[in-house]
Design a protein around this ligand. Structure first.
Ligand SMILES: *[C@@H]1O[C@H](CO)[C@@H](O)[C@H](O)[C@H]1NC(C)=O
Ligand SMILES: *[C@@H]1O[C@H](CO)[C@@H](O)[C@H](O)[C@H]1NC(C)=O
Ligand SMILES: *[C@@H]1O[C@H](CO)[C@@H](O)[C@H](O)[C@H]1NC(C)=O
Ligand SMILES: *[C@@H]1O[C@H](CO)[C@@H](O)[C@H](O)[C@H]1NC(C)=O
Ligand SMILES: *[C@@H]1O[C@H](CO)[C@@H](O)[C@H](O)[C@H]1NC(C)=O
Ligand SMILES: *[C@@H]1O[C@H](CO)[C@@H](O)[C@H](O)[C@H]1NC(C)=O
Ligand SMILES: [Cu+2]
Length: 555
């Protein structure tokens, strides 16, 4: 089995493609699959898994009808990295910009893919995508600022034999808090393109645009090709000045993408391995948790020049020596956003609520609400929509239209967290080293053209400082992309420009999705008027999978 790679060829030709409609019908179903040899039910699309790659051109209109045929779970699809400019209703985050799509319901996503680059889609129905509902979304550019002959996509992920609802039940239990410090389950495998033996056919003397996407649940990945140097040209849909990785490797955190160019050899006399490893430092945080005997965090895949030749052993990675993505320079050289109109400081860490280990942002653990936050913003009225209280325990932060917003993320936890913002690419002004402490207000060495991306790894006991302009009215999650941590509350919500949001309305089929699920679609977080939050969700109970259907009843 091999993964076919021939998609499009741009070699030197400038193509003028008229924007077109791309229509997809996605029936979400259970499928049996054995990506690492262990067969289990996974969540697929139209009876197939791995889920399909979506290929569109810049400016296309993407229309996807999603039918939930899972029978026993709700769902939804988020388009990771898409700004959804003035289409916040299409962001696909359950409890935020829509209700969970109940079994039997259909929802339509409809938006313009107006940003070139490497993106992905995944369920944003809490805790679900690591069961398989994720895939690449590639927005092709007729004239990128570099040349290449061909391209292929590399998906990296951790993988589990048990299903997420079961894993989440034990993860979010008092027993796990007591005996394992609330530790996450250990992945059973590491996959490259949803398989453990993937090969990528290449031809000699060609330049390939390799789009590397971490679609995993938890650890970051270190990645390199044997004897093929990578030049980074894109991160998270932002073109960067070509950056040679040299002898080093790239760290791809969950949610991140790296677009790299590689030049193939002049002849086809040999095949080459490429090597990927999950960052085990992220997986074994506490001393009382041993690495199981024989545990292998490595994956190997191959660049195959000649199928009749052997597949070599992976190179040995001598050092976990990845390039610092903060030192990249965006190709458009967008200047640093200043002055700052609104600074937000997020103190993030772990806490225990009702004997269950949770994450918190400024002391509060995120709890999804009955009414999607966007629908609250659209229906509570001018008297209330700028009042964070009406949104319930979603760590709401209200920002004004066009403000330059600076977010300081201070990490008081002993592990790394990849922070992702919906609706924007943000500038990264600073990322401290491990143990770098909280931001003290001073920048050590800030670039006048900071790199931008939509997901940034924040070091343990360190900080990062990001900026964006609040020019995209909407409700945007700002969260750690580790799915365990999303479910355990490491999430904040940006309520962006609620004044400018009021012309927007939820499509009728989205409101019907709420009705079918049994959730109100208007009013404050609890579905009431004004500040009456009776019934809002603020109770942490054991085994909070969030993925269950029918929706859990809250005591
Ligand atoms: C989607 O899949 C379900 C279950 O396999 C099937 O009953 C249903 O007819 C499918 N929907 C369409 C539109 O084919
Ligand atoms: C949902 O259905 C799948 C496929 O039949 C099954 O494997 C899984 O255990 C079910 N999940 C729950 C929570 O019942
Ligand atoms: C690759 O390019 C080199 C230098 O131009 C040439 O000698 C070689 O024959 C080419 N290889 C193939 C397979 O075309
Ligand atoms: C994983 O790769 C590293 C670096 O190349 C190597 O040192 C280690 O032995 C590998 N682990 C296993 C279990 O093969
Ligand atoms: C500051 O950053 C620039 C650009 O990343 C780098 O070239 C330079 O070495 C850095 N200087 C210090 C003192 O870290
Ligand atoms: C938490 O655990 C302690 C000790 O086991 C127990 O006494 C207490 O009742 C538990 N609290 C809750 C809210 O479950
Ligand atoms: Cu995290």
């Amino acid at each position: 089995m091999y993964v076919p790679i021939l998609i499009l060829c741009f070699s030197g030709i400038i193509q003028f493609a008229a924007a077109k409609d791309v229509y997809l019908y996605w029936n979400i179903t259970w499928v049996n699959a054995a990506p690492d040899g262990f067969e289990r039910p996974v969540i697929g699309i139209n009876g197939e898994w791995p889920c399909p790659q979506v290929d569109v051109d810049v400016g296309d209109r993407l229309i996807v009808d999603v039918e939930n045929s899972l029978g026993n779970q709700s769902t939804g699809i988020h388009w990771h990295g898409m700004h959804q400019y003035m289409t916040a209703t299409m962001d696909g985050s359950s409890g935020v910009t829509q209700c969970p799509v109940a079994p039997g319901s259909i929802i339509r996503y409809d938006f313009i893919t107006d940003q070139p680059g490497t993106y992905w889609y995944h369920s944003h129905n809490m805790g679900q995508y690591p069961d398989g509902l994720r895939g690449a979304l590639i927005v092709h550019d007729p004239s990128p600022p570099f040349e290449y002959d061909d391209e292929f996509t590399v998906l990296l992920s951790d993988w589990y034999h048990k299903q997420m609802p079961e894993l989440l039940d034990s993860y979010q239990s008092p027993e796990n808090s007591e005996t394992e410090h609330g530790q996450e389950p250990i992945p059973d495998a590491v996959l490259v393109n949803d398989y453990t033996q993937s090969i990528f056919k290449v031809e000699p003397n060609k330049t390939y645009y390799v789009r590397i996407i971490c679609v995993g649940n938890w650890p970051g990945h270190a990645f390199l090709f044997d004897d093929h140097e990578m030049t980074v040209v894109e991160v998270d849909g932002v073109y960067v000045e070509p950056y040679s990785v040299g002898e080093r490797n790239v760290r791809v955190a969950t949610g991140q993408r790296f677009g790299v160019l590689i030049k193939t050899k002049a002849d086809a006399s040999k095949n080459y391995a490429f090597w990927d490893t999950m960052d085990i430092n992220m997986m074994f945080v506490y001393e009382n948790r041993a690495i199981p005997d024989g545990y292998n965090p490595n994956a190997t895949a191959w660049l195959v020049y000649d199928e009749s030749l052997p597949l070599p052993e992976p190179p040995v990675l001598n050092e976990f020596d990845f390039v610092d993505d903060v030192s990249f320079v965006p190709y458009d050289q967008e200047p640093i956003l200043e002055p700052v109109d609104h600074q937000i400081v997020l103190s993030t860490g772990q806490t225990t609520v009702n004997n269950i280990t949770r994450f918190s942002v400024n002391g509060q653990t995120y709890m999804p609400q009955q009414v999607p936050t966007l629908y609250t913003a659209l229906t509570v009225g001018a008297k209330y929509y700028s009042n964070p209280e009406v949104y319930g325990q979603v760590n709401p932060i209200v920002v004004k239209h066009n403000d330059v917003v600076e977010v300081v993320i201070n990490n008081y936890h002993g592990n790394l967290h990849p922070w992702h913002l919906h609706g924007h690419q943000f500038q990264v002004l600073q990322r401290s080293d491990v143990d770098g402490g909280a931001f003290d207000g001073y920048f050590a060495n800030v670039s006048s053209t900071p790199m931008r991306r939509d997901t940034i790894m924040v070091q343990n006991f360190g900080h990062t400082v990001i900026r964006f302009r609040a020019d995209n009215p909407g409700i945007w999650l700002l969260h750690c992309h580790i799915e365990w941590h999303v479910v355990s509350g490491l999430v904040a919500t940006i309520i962006e420009a609620p004044d400018q949001l009021q012309d927007m309305f939820a499509p009728v089929d989205h409101l019907e999705v709420c009705e079918a699920y049994g959730s109100p679609s208007y009013g404050n977080a609890a579905g009431n008027r004004g500040l009456d939050l009776t019934g809002a969700n603020n109770y942490i109970y054991s085994g909070e999978s969030g993925a269950a259907y029918p929706p859990p009843t809250f005591p």
